[in-house]
Every structure is written in structure tokens, then in C-alpha cells.
Design a protein around this ligand. Structure first.
Ligand code: FBP
Length: 585
């Protein structure tokens, strides 16, 4: 009997997975009529958006800009009766929880009268024409499940004439009227490019904001990307568990690097959820122009202050992209990016690391070469890894947490032998005695991939279903060149569409200027950062940590929003309201 039950649970049929498929999902009022999910319409508002590079962007994207006027659309109840549309959806970039519900939202609004195709393996699949028709039976199984496995994903950047031709061929082969790109900043740059490219063919392109990094966000009009909530809840549970371990075992400092390529939204959210002794925020490091030495000193000050009180343990949260924000490292990385952009092919033909190093060192300026030489070999190797298709350094592969451990250890040993160096910390005799005896024992962790594909939190499940409904409604309403958005998470949700061209700015990639969607970084004057800044001294000196526990899909704490979002949007509670819980199938 038990064996049969266990066998029946194979292939995504765990007790948990079977229950989450039955879960009703909150749906914004404009998408519900008589208890059934329906499409909505859109009207143009007067609100225009654009970055400081708007003039250049407008020149490069004349057709979509003429169409959208860079103005925001607002979703309203009611729909246009449309059938016969053929729409393709693809995932792009790293996975994020809730992607499957986007597909379900699309399928629901497109209904039986229109065809939804899934593109296998991301933008690459669009070039190769690997599409298949999505039927309602297929998507019933993926409701509220994590991962992107239904379609797969990749990071191909669509930018060459040959690639444009391949896209046109796929569009013709499948007679597509619309393409929905579910992705982060770089993937939505692809969406903007495709919208312009396919405009004259009458093919609509709509983006959906995805990334666990949370850096596809623009104040009130796009409060967060999907996947951020689930990922940070998973990391917060893990960090909370480690925090709970520290005063139990009383001997370790844990250096925890958290995913989130550039921005520190993930680190800030996890810090607010768990209250560790130290959390580094890259944007603050940049704003204060802190060198690696300054960072190490600030970490050591906290470790030593705690040691002087007999607290020999703690947790340090480190954002994945930290090194790109340290001024001296930033110049080194920019130089390396230029060198690799220009000589990438020559470098890839070199067999040994020594050969590569030799070649690169000669091209670096003296300060950068000196800094590079001071870094551990393992670290140097990772800095020389190929950039991704969008020109990004693969920061997830760089062991910043280990580099910091080595540097902090060195300083602590030095300070123990020269206590006068920390006279400014004003420790008493007893405190100094404790420091002399203090043994600095460490563990390092990287929490990244474990957060991207968990079953979506209730917020992400609801947010993504509504984003899918918004994207599908935009297609039915004939719109192109927009990214779907849902806001007002505390008031039942408002549905918007933002012109993609209004999000583009010019950045250096592969050593050249390119138009890409601007990343939303942590603002050091934002309410979330200010609150963290106000509380962190207490978290450093006393053990005030909290363990948020596993994310909940049922019960009293299942409706919790990310703390950073609630603070930055000025909500008065952590509870979200995205409409009535609605039966999806
Ligand atoms: P997206 O921006 O595409 O959503 O990806 C985010 C991310 O998870 C980063 O946090 C991380 O640095 C990167 O992907 C890792 O990429 P890969 O999956 O290629 O290792």
C-alpha cells in the first residue's frame, strides 16, 4: 500500500505539489466577471516615462515610440472580442518562481478562440523555431508550481541581422501575431528590440517583469519583479536557520553570499527579514566609495566588538555583486570587460590560465594590474570567465565570501598582535582580554540557485497569474512594445502597461555602448534602506535576529509581502491584497 502511494508521488506528484495545484489564487477585480476569469482593456494615460537617454532611444525605436508615445496604459474592466490570434510565449534568463502561472494567465485570457504556443529553450528557441501548441490540459499540471521546466530558458541576446531574419522566419512559419517575453532587464531589452523589428509585420511584443534579483523595478509603477518574493523567502528561511544555529553552537561566523547579480535588493530584503549582525549593501559601498580595505575594517569592527562582549559568533550577508561596486574593483572589472570585449576571441584560444593572465596583465593599467595580482588565484580565474551573451560578469561564480573571509582573518590576526590598532573602539581591559583569546572560526555559503525554482509564494503565485492576464489582455487589445505591470499590492491591485522604450538607457557592454533596460538599484535614501540603517547597529551589537521560517501557502502568514516593497511603497502592513481568491481551473 505505502509503496504504491510512494510510486504515485513520482514525477511532480508529491503530497505538497498535489495540494498546491488545488490552491485558489487572488485575482484583480478587472479580470473577474461572475466568478470567471476574463480579459481586460487598456486606456492611455497622460503619464510619460523615459530615462535620461530618452532622445537617443526615441531615434532608435521610432515605430514603437510613435505608437506608445512612451505613455503608460491603465487596465480597465471590459474586453475586445478577439479570436484567431496566434501568440508565442518564452522564458528568458534565470528561472524565477511563478513563471508557470504567467503561462496560465495567458492561456486563460486567450481562451479557446486564440492559440498559445510555448517556445522551448528561451530566445534561442525563437531563433530555431522550436514552438509547440499549449493546451489547457498541459497547463493544469503546472498551476502554482516552481521552475521554468515547462518551456526551459536561455540567455541568447537577439542583436544580429542573421538572428532578426531567423525570428522573422519563425513568425512566418507559425503565422504569429504576438510574442510574450518573460524575462529580466536584458530579456526585456530583447522584447523592446523585437517590438520595433516586427512592428511592420503587425506582430505585437509584450514583456513580463521577471527576475529574483528584484532590479526590474520602477517605484510605484513597477514595484517589483516576480520571483523576488519567493527567492528571498527561501533565503531568509535558510539564513534564519543559520542564525538560530550560531548562538546554539557559539563558535562560528558564517559568511553568506546571496544571489542577485548587481543590485542588493535580495541582501537588503533578507537582512530585514532575519536581522543578522552584518549585511553589506553594494550600493552603499559605492555611495561611500568604500575600498575593499574599508569593508574589511567595518566587518572586523563588528566582529571584535562582539568578541569583546563574549559573543564569538554571527552572520554576515554579502550581496553577490558586491565587488562590482567597490571603486577599485569596478575600474579593474571595467578594464577587463573592455579587454575581453576587444580580444575575447584571441583570449579564448589560449590554453592555460597563465597564458591568459600574461596577455591581460600587459593591457591593464598599473593600479589594476597590482590589484589583480593581490587577489587569490581562484578569484582571478573567475574574473576572467567569459561574460554572458549580454556582457555581464558571471558574479555568481565569484567567491567573494571566501575572499572576505581571508582578508578579515588576516586583519583579526594582525589586530590581536597589535591591540593599539583598535584603540578607537575603546574596549576595556576585560574586552581586550576576550579579544586576545578569541578564535575566529568561519563557514562560507552561497545561496543562489536554491531560491530560483521553489514553488511560488502565494504573493508570486497571485502576482504572476495577474501579470499573465495583463500580458494576454494587452495582446487581445492590439498593444505592442509594453511590459505588463501590477501595482497597489495593498489595495486589490491596479493593472498597468509600461512602454518598454521608456525603460531603456545606454550602458557599456562588451566594451561598447548599447541600449539596455536600466537596472533598478537599491536607493540609499529609500525608506527600506533608511530603516535598515537605523536598526543595524543594534543587530550588530546584540543578537536580535529572527527566523522567518518556511514560506507559507496557507494560513495566517501566507499573505506576507516583501518587507522592502511594503516599506518603499509606504504600505501600512505587510499583508498583500490582489483581489478575491479565485478558482483557476
Ligand atoms: P535574471 O536576471 O535573468 O533573472 O537572472 C538572475 C540570476 O539568478 C542572477 O541572480 C545570477 O547572477 C544569475 O542569474 C546566474 O545566472 P546563471 O543561471 O546563468 O548561472
Amino acid at each position: 500500500m505505502l509503496e504504491n502511494l510512494l510510486i504515485s508521488m513520482e514525477n511532480h506528484n508529491s503530497l505538497f505539489e498535489n495540494e498546491i495545484r488545488k490552491l485558489n489564487v487572488p485575482v484583480c477585480d478587472i479580470f473577474v466577471k461572475d466568478g470567471k476569469i476574463v480579459p481586460a482593456k487598456f486606456e492611455k494615460t497622460d503619464k510619460k516615462i523615459g530615462t535620461s537617454d530618452v532622445a537617443e532611444v526615441n531615434k532608435e525605436f521610432p515605430k514603437t515610440v510613435k505608437e506608445t508615445e512612451n505613455k503608460i496604459l491603465k487596465g480597465i474592466s471590459g474586453s475586445v472580442n478577439v479570436s484567431g490570434k496566434r501568440v508565442a510565449v518564452l522564458f528568458s534568463g534565470g528561472p524565477a518562481a511563478g513563471g508557470h502561472n504567467v503561462i496560465i494567465g495567458l492561456k486563460k485570457v486567450l481562451g479557446d478562440g486564440n492559440i498559445l504556443f510555448g517556445v522551448k529553450n528561451g530566445p534561442k528557441g525563437l531563433l530555431e523555431g522550436t514552438l509547440f501548441e499549449i493546451k489547457e490540459e498541459d497547463v493544469k499540471r503546472i498551476l502554482n508550481t516552481g521552475g521554468f521546466d515547462f518551456l526551459g530558458s536561455d540567455r541568447t541576446k537577439i542583436k544580429s541581422e542573421e538572428q532578426y531574419e531567423a525570428v522573422r522566419k519563425t513568425v512566418k512559419d507559425y503565422q504569429l501575431n504576438g510574442i510574450v517575453v518573460v524575462g529580466g532587464d536584458d530579456s526585456n531589452t530583447n522584447a523592446a528590440v523585437l517590438a520595433e523589428l516586427l512592428y511592420d509585420m503587425g506582430v505585437q511584443v509584450i514583456g513580463v517583469p521577471k527576475t529574483i534579483d528584484g532590479d526590474l523595478q520602477i517605484g510605484d509603477i513597477l514595484p517589483i519583479s516576480f520571483g523576488f518574493d519567493t527567492a528571498t523567502k527561501i533565503y531568509s528561511e535558510l539564513v534564519g536557520n543559520i542564525l538560530q544555529d550560531t548562538p546554539s553552537s557559539r563558535k562560528y561566523w558564517h559568511f553568506i553570499k546571496l544571489m542577485g547579480r548587481s543590485a542588493s535588493h535580495v541582501a537588503l530584503e533578507v537582512a530585514l527579514q532575519t536581522r543578522p549582525a552584518i549585511a553589506l549593501i553594494s550600493e552603499e559601498v559605492e555611495a561611500k566609495k568604500m575600498s575593499l580595505g574599508d569593508i574589511v575594517k567595518s566587518i572586523c569592527d563588528v566582529i571584535l566588538t562582539r568578541a569583546s562582549k563574549g559573543i564569538n559568533h554571527g552572520v554576515i550577508v554579502i550581496p553577490e555583486g558586491l565587488i562590482e561596486f567597490v571603486p577599485e574593483m569596478k575600474s579593474l572589472i571595467a578594464e577587463l570587460n573592455d579587454i575581453m570585449g576587444h580580444y575575447g576571441e584571441d583570449i579564448s584560444k589560449m590554453f592555460t590560465f597563465e597564458e591568459k593572465k600574461d596577455f591581460i596583465y600587459k593591457k591593464l593599467n598599473a593600479d589594476s594590474a597590482k590589484l589583480m595580482a593581490s587577489l587569490p588565484d581562484e578569484f582571478e580565474k573567475m574574473l576572467l570567465l567569459d561574460r554572458d551573451a549580454h556582457g555581464n560578469l558571471q558574479v555568481s561564480q565569484i567567491p567573494t565570501e571566501k575572499l572576505l573571509i581571508t582578508m578579515v582573518e588576516e586583519r583579526i590576526n594582525e589586530v590581536k598582535n597589535h591591540l593599539d590598532e583598535i584603540a578607537y573602539l575603546n574596549f576595556d581591559e576585560k574586552g581586550l582580554e576576550r579579544i586576545k583569546k578569541f578564535k575566529f572560526a568561519t563557514n562560507n555559503h552561497f545561496f543562489g540557485y536554491e531560491g530560483r525554482c521553489g514553488a511560488p509564494s502565494l504573493f508570486d503565485a497571485a502576482y504572476t497569474l495577474n501579470l499573465g492576464l495583463c500580458a494576454g489582455s494587452l495582446i487581445l487589445d492590439g498593444k505592442t512594445g509594453y511590459i505588463a505591470s501590477v501595482t497597489d499590492f495593498d489595495k486589490g491591485g491596479s493593472v498597468l502597461a509600461l512602454p518598454l522604450t521608456g525603460l531603456l538607457n545606454i550602458e557599456k557592454r562588451h566594451g561598447k555602448n548599447e541600449m539596455v533596460i536600466k537596472k533598478g538599484l537599491v536607493e540609499v535614501d529609500s525608506p527600506a534602506f533608511k530603516f535598515f540603517e537605523k536598526r543595524r547597529k543594534d543587530w550588530a551589537e546584540k543578537d536580535l535576529f529572527t527566523s522567518p521560517g518556511p514560506r507559507q501557502l496557507w494560513g495566517p502568514v501566507s499573505k506576507q509581502l516583501p518587507i522592502t516593497v511594503a516599506l518603499n511603497r509606504g504600505y501600512s502592513s505587510l499583508e498583500f491584497n490582489l483581489g478575491k481568491e479565485t478558482k483557476v481551473f
